[in-house]
Write a protein that binds this ligand. Structure first.
Ligand code: GLY
Ligand code: MN
Ligand code: MN
Length: 352
């Protein structure tokens, strides 16, 4: 039994080739990322090289086949296909390189190739209790790092120094890595939602937006807080208050049964009515799991009906070029009657 058994029937394929490293991990437990899975009713084979074979045997209950110069990946795949007399192979068209597909297509003598679209990724949308536990722990590491950074922030530090300290704190609290490059954006830089940390020094009066996440047992955390160095002025307070109310409104409605676009609308309408609609360009949120940006989204375009045990971020923002910006981001588990917020860091405006 694997998580993809039903897909073999649904897609009417004899075997499935898994090449996406996150799907490989999700299906087989293999953490190395470099290799492929061959899955049929009769065979569950993980093909990887000698850098990973020993670890793979411990991580996965798939049969591990070592690829090397004498026994190439393509030859191992041919053997798997021959044993099964497989004729139709499913492949991951959404993540495979064109060059890889051409190579497999040329060298494997299949009668048919079936693109899997999002069907394998979609298996990851509803999280298991174990996955939820890892996501909860990952987000708690983010909370601990945020608590620590509040004692560290002061004028004169560069954005890069703040990023380094946040990342140090996440590692100190048990992170095995980071789910994306930390975003530290101060002053005018904070109007860029995905600003890259720079040598700019924090100054009195700056907004400082910190968007960061870590990995715990492969699962990503994601949170954002915006603080002010020194005293906030009236415009900063106004913008902050609108974003905070927008987030509270979305957190108040999100639950299983609503569409992603319906939750986005609640947050977006509030920002638009406050006069800042044009300053909120991105979607309200996204799912998170082994990868930082997963489906479904909370966005204008996403019609997916949310289900219990999906994860979503709720991250409205207002960005005013030349002035600055605010984003506040929590990560929640969708439940039947609401949500379980995994992010516990304070959200009232913090002036340092
Ligand atoms: N760090 C990117 C995001 O929050 O989605
Ligand atoms: Mn984020
Ligand atoms: Mn996010």
């Amino acid at each position: 039994m694997t998580k993809t058994d039903n897909l073999l029937k649904e897609k009417d394929i004899d075997a499935l080739l898994i090449t996406d490293p996150y799907n490989m991990r999700y299906i087989s437990g293999f953490r190395g990322g470099e290799g492929v899975l061959y899955i049929s009713v009769n065979q569950h084979v993980l093909i990887t090289d000698s850098r990973y074979t020993e670890a793979a045997a411990g991580e996965s209950d798939f049969t591990v086949a070592e690829e090397n110069r004498e026994h190439k990946r393509i030859d191992i795949l041919k053997e798997c296909i021959e044993r099964d007399h497989a004729k139709i192979l499913g492949y991951e068209d959404c993540s495979m390189l064109c060059s890889e597909f051409f190579k497999y297509n040329q060298e494997l003598d299949m009668e048919g190739w079936v693109p899997m679209g999002q069907s394998v990724n979609n298996l990851r949308q509803i999280k298991t209790p174990e996955e939820l536990e890892y996501l909860r722990k990952a987000e708690s590491i983010g909370d601990a790092a945020f608590t620590a950074i509040l004692n560290f922030l002061k004028p004169g530090l560069t954005e890069l120094e703040v990023a380094a300290r946040l990342e140090y704190e996440m590692k100190q609290h048990g992170a095995e890595g980071f789910s994306f490059d930390s975003i530290i954006a101060s002053g005018v830089n904070s109007s860029m939602p995905h600003a890259i940390p720079s040598e700019k020094k924090l100054e009195a009066g700056d907004f400082v937006t910190m968007d960061f996440g870590c990995l715990y047992k492969g699962y990503c955390s994601d949170m954002t807080r915006t603080v002010v160095i020194g005293k906030a002025d009236e415009k900063q307070k106004e913008i902050y208050d609108v974003v905070l109310r927008s987030q509270a409104a979305a957190l108040g409605v999100i639950r299983a049964g609503l569409k992603g676009c319906e939750v986005d609308k609640v947050a977006r309408d509030l920002i638009t009515e406050a006069g800042y609609g044009k300053c909120f360009g991105h979607g309200l949120g996204h799912s998170v799991g082994l990868f930082i940006h997963e489906e479904p989204r909370l966005s204008v375009a996403d019609q997916t009906v949310l289900q219990a045990n999906m994860i979503e971020t709720v991250e409205p923002g207002i960005y005013v070029p030349g002035f600055g910006g605010v984003r506040i981001e929590d990560m929640v588990i969708v439940t039947e009657d609401g949500c379980d917020n995994l992010t516990h860091s304070p959200k009232q405006l913090i002036e340092l």
